[in-house]
Design a protein around this ligand. Structure first.
Ligand code: GLU
Length: 442
């Protein structure tokens, strides 16, 4: 049995920042890889922000990401007496003193060493050092009698038997203080691993202004928890080969702190979207189909009597977000599918388009069987010198309303000859009609 004990120690604020949950993910994987324990400590000493709702938001986020913990969660606010007793002990031993800072009453202040160097070995960042003269004594108990983060954090780590502190590198400076507190209490200093800063495209700290930054936002936007988990793991860690999509089991097997990187980790939203698509693509077919059907039905599209198999297969490989399903495939279910105005403007507004669509309809009508191969050949013949794109693009927008989707010939086969020909003719007529449905579009 490994004696490794790590913890996630968030301060609940009502939103769970991705930088924080990334720390939880790294701690969780480290514990699962080593057979150690992963604990949750709620640093809820800011009574105004740590409301029951804020704590619930935190617990929900952990549950959603399947970050289970091995002992009941510890609430820091329950340990205040213990924190204050240690401060008293420091005062008695001359390791701390009282001072009135700014006329608000006396605080308890911890003495930092005045000479020499403070050093520690960071498992991610390497050897860290600081001159004692560049540090300052700091407050451990406020004038109102409440313990400060540094004191509470270190004492709780001692009481929970934490062996490794894995957290964001915004805490590097604090670590020099924390180590002195461990020593003053006479407790073994844990090992530290500080994860690299998450940055935006400009190399600046990633913030709300750059896009979604809280777990709840990603959840609302339709990201899958496993995709977000995988993506956040790659912010500061890599498996050592070029794999990017990993199962939970693979992550647990491969996760070591040696593979953590110290250089800033760039948050690439495009990559997260791609990752989400990969997870949807890898979802078991029956599960995707269940999701698909429920979303299509919820959008009011009639699925009864439609042969779903081929449609589902085509859509699964190109769904990036479940919520986009109805909008991306309504044309399989209804004749009143909407037209993307940009697609109409770009592909259907040419003068010769109605005649082209009618020609295609006539050629398709004669096909037997009507499948990918025969429609492909027919389009090739019709296009001749001008290239297949000149036919493919207008036909696609005419029969689906959209500029993107499954390969055109797959789509045509799934729709079937009758629907395709009818739609081509209806759209051709609509385009010619000055009072028709396309007239209002640019
Ligand atoms: N409550 C602190 C934070 O969320 C804990 C830091 C730590 O992991 O020690 O930043």
């Amino acid at each position: 049995m490994s004696a490794i004990r790590v913890r996630f120690a968030p301060s609940p604020t009502g939103n769970v920042h991705i930088g924080n949950i990334r720390a939880a993910i790294f701690n969780w994987l480290f514990a699962r890889h080593t057979g150690g324990k992963f604990l949750l400590r709620v640093e809820d000493t800011d009574r105004e922000r740590s409301t029951p709702e804020a704590i619930q938001t935190l617990l929900d986020a952990m549950k959603w990401l399947k970050l289970d913990y091995d002992e009941p969660e510890v609430y820091q606010s329950h340990n205040t007496q213990r924190h204050l007793a240690v401060a008293e002990d420091f005062l008695r031993r001359g390791l701390a003193y009282k001072e009135d800072k700014g006329g608000k009453g006396e605080c308890v202040i911890f003495r930092m060493p005045k000479q020499g160097r403070l050093t520690y070995h960071d498992l991610v960042k390497g050897d860290m050092k600081k001159k004692a003269e560049d540090t300052q004594d700091f407050v451990i108990v406020r004038a109102d009698g409440s313990p400060v983060f540094h004191l509470a954090n270190v004492i709780d780590d001692i009481d929970q038997g934490i062996t490794h502190v894995i957290r964001g590198d915004d805490h590097v400076e604090n670590t020099f203080k924390h180590i002195e507190l461990f020593k003053a209490i006479g407790a073994p200093v844990p090992q530290y691993a500080h994860l690299p800063m998450i940055v935006n495209n400009m190399g600046k700290p990633y913030s709300k202004r750059d896009g979604a930054a809280f777990v709840g936002e990603f959840r609302e936007q339709g990201y899958l928890p496993d995709a977000l988990f995988n993506f956040l793991l790659l912010l500061g860690w890599a498996p050592g080969d070029d794999r990017e999509v990993l199962t939970r089991e693979e992550m647990i097997e491969l996760f070591t702190l040696e593979k953590c990187k110290s250089s800033p980790a760039r948050f690439d939203m495009k990559k997260l979207q791609w990752m989400n698509g990969e997870y949807i693509r890898n979802t078991p077919e029956e599960e995707y189909e269940r999701e698909f059907v429920s979303r299509v039905k919820a959008a009011g599209l009639p699925v009864e009597g439609v042969d779903l198999k081929g449609i589902v297969a085509q859509m699964q490989v190109r769904t990036k977000f479940y919520r986009d399903i109805p909008g991306n495939c309504s044309y399989f279910f209804t004749e009143t599918y909407p037209f993307d105005p940009k697609g109409v403007a770009k592909r259907l507004k040419g003068e010769d388009v109605p005649a082209l669509l009618e020609k295609v309809a006539a050629a398709f009508e004669a096909l037997e069987p009507f499948d990918q191969a025969t429609t492909n050949e027919a389009v090739k013949q019709l296009a001749g010198e001008s290239g297949m794109g000149s036919v493919i693009h207008p036909v696609r927008v005419a029969v689906s309303g959209l500029t993107e989707g499954p390969g055109l010939f797959e789509m045509l086969e799934l729709l079937g000859k009758e629907k395709v020909c009818r739609r081509l003719r209806t759209v051709a007529a609509g385009l010619k009609d000055p009072a028709g449905p396309f007239a209002a579009l640019p």
